[in-house]
Design a protein around this ligand. Structure first.
Ligand code: GLN
Length: 492
């Protein structure tokens, strides 16, 4: 069979099991596809040609010995370059980590490797996951496979574009304010942001620790459930992981949606929203109405403050997390590069950080230190924490009345490369519908829901209560079973 790179996880797993294909066939097909389309898409920072081939051969050996590590043994994936991968360059798309090769593996990539998955490479992102377009990467801007003049979204833009362009069978992203869901929406793939604490953050370079989550980017909802079955669960290396038992997410796919109460929060519609996007989201809501769900308008009155809350709490945590990149312990250092120019220790810090961090990282470090500084702490940081609680309570109250919420993911389809780079505020506003979910800590998915007249993808966001990933999968899969948007492919 040709075009193996087009397979979903579920299809690939079946063919690997029956012996119809080998992991080497599948992995080689993905690597060939990468070689073919990367000059246009630029989704990867590092491609692991050799190690991927040897992992695939190992997997095939296990299969012939009838000892597969799991159903996923031999399935190739890509990881955002924020996941520490043992022996593989991990840059966070920054110059300050331009030569950082971790000697340990993140919990999530380890779980996938232990299940026999093959690591194809590390994907591009906005530097330290700060951005919505991959344009803040120190290395490259990834192109949207649906229109090469447009951004793939961000920060997990490389991971979403790689799946959309069939360069891998699935990928991993991180989501602090929308970085899985927004690129998934802009590239017409599935992206799940799990409940905070459902998936271990260990070994993933931290952006804002109270908001960071890790999740799959896949071609189908079923595949997202399959990946969650491997990566979810408690981890003694991340004390914020939840002790709750992990369900079999695949079982949740088949459920019935009739009688379900779906809330549509009015604050997510109107102002600033593109009319084509609005139409697509409304027609998805109509689908649920026609299939027996009850659609209820709800209000989340404090959500209008969520972006402001986010741009106080997130930079505060960024400033703390990025303090470790001091030019001594990791990566780029003025000592290594130009020792003679260094006068004293402070000079090492200042010059390494000045040269190693990009503008967006610097902007957020400065903002973060400002909101945490004495005299401003109460007015900004403390206040933001209080309002965060109100946002969280809005969601809790809404979920007393409804089972699930449906909203747009992004107010517009993919924007042009360069369109928002000079105006950080415009860039921040593109996250207006995804950001509120992170301070609340609840799970949400983006699934393909239609295309604009210019053939640009648009997703819908399905938000569930704390730990209700199963409801999300059920609702998302019902739509996907009845539509073909997820099966359409970009012409590259
Ligand atoms: N785009 C948002 C930001 O720049 C979200 C980033 C993320 O989720 N990592 O902060």
């Amino acid at each position: 069979m040709t075009d193996l790179y087009k397979l979903t996880i579920s299809e690939a797993a079946k063919k690997l099991k029956t012996g119809e294909i080998t992991s080497l066939d599948l992995t080689q097909s993905c690597l060939d596809r990468i070689a073919e389309v990367e000059p246009k898409i630029q989704a990867f920072i590092t491609i692991c040609n050799q190690s991927a081939i040897s992992q695939a051969k190992e997997s095939d050996r296990r299969r012939t010995e009838n000892k597969p590590l799991s159903d996923l043994d031999g399935v190739p994936f890509a990881a955002k370059d924020l996941f520490c991968t043992k022996g593989v360059l991990t840059t966070a798309a920054s110059k300050i980590l331009n030569d950082f090769v971790p000697d340990f593996e993140s919990t999530v990539t380890k779980k996938l490797l232990d299940a026999g998955c093959v690591l194809l490479g590390k994907t591009n992102l906005d530097q330290f996951a700060m951005g919505s377009s991959t344009e803040t990467s120190a290395y490259k801007t990834t192109k949207n496979p649906w229109d090469l003049a447009r951004v793939p979204g961000g920060s997990s833009g490389g991971s979403a574009a790689a799946v959309a362009a069939d360069e891998c069978i699935f990928s991993l992203g991180t989501d602090t304010g929308g970085s899985i869901r927004q690129p998934a929406s802009l590239c017409s793939v599935v992206g799940l942001k799990p409940t905070y604490g459902r998936v271990s953050r260990y070994g993933v370079i931290a952006m804002a620790s109270s908001l960071d989550t890790i999740g799959p980017i896949t071609k189908t909802v079923e595949d997202a459930a399959i990946v969650m079955n491997v990566i979810a669960g408690i981890d003694d290396k991340d004390s914020t992981t939840l002790p709750n038992k992990t369900p079999n997410y695949k079982k949740s796919l088949a459920g019935d949606i009739s009688g379900l109460k779906i809330g549509v929060p009015k604050e997510f519609f109107g102002q600033g929203m593109n009319s084509e996007v609005e139409k697509i989201v409304q027609s998805a809501i109509d689908f649920y109405r026609r299939n027996g769900a009850e659609i209820v308008e709800v209000s989340l009155p404090h959500v209008k403050y969520a972006l402001s809350v986010y741009y106080i709490i997130m930079p505060a945590e960024v400033a703390s997390n990025l303090a470790r990149f001091d030019g001594i312990r990791y990566g780029y250092s003025k000592i290594k590069n130009q020792k003679s120019a260094i006068k004293n220790l402070e000079d090492v810090y200042i010059s390494s950080r000045t040269e190693g961090f990009g503008d967006e990282a610097k902007r957020r470090i400065i903002l973060g230190n400002y909101v945490l500084s004495s005299g401003y702490y109460d007015a900004y940081y403390k206040k933001a924490q209080q309002v965060r609680t109100l946002v969280k309570k809005d969601f809790e109250k809404a979920f007393e009345k409804v089972d699930i919420l449906i909203t747009p993911v992004s107010p517009t389809a993919a924007f042009k490369i360069g369109e928002k780079t000079d105006d950080p505020m415009q860039m921040y506003l593109s996250d207006i519908h995804t950001v509120p979910i992170n301070p609340a800590g609840v799970p949400a998915i983006s699934i393909p829901a239609g295309f604009t007249l210019d053939n640009l993808p648009v997703g819908i966001q399905i938000i569930g209560p704390h730990l209700a990933e199963e409801s999300i999968f059920k609702v998302a899969n019902a739509f996907q079973q009845a539509t073909d948007f997820h099966q359409r492919k970009p012409k590259i």
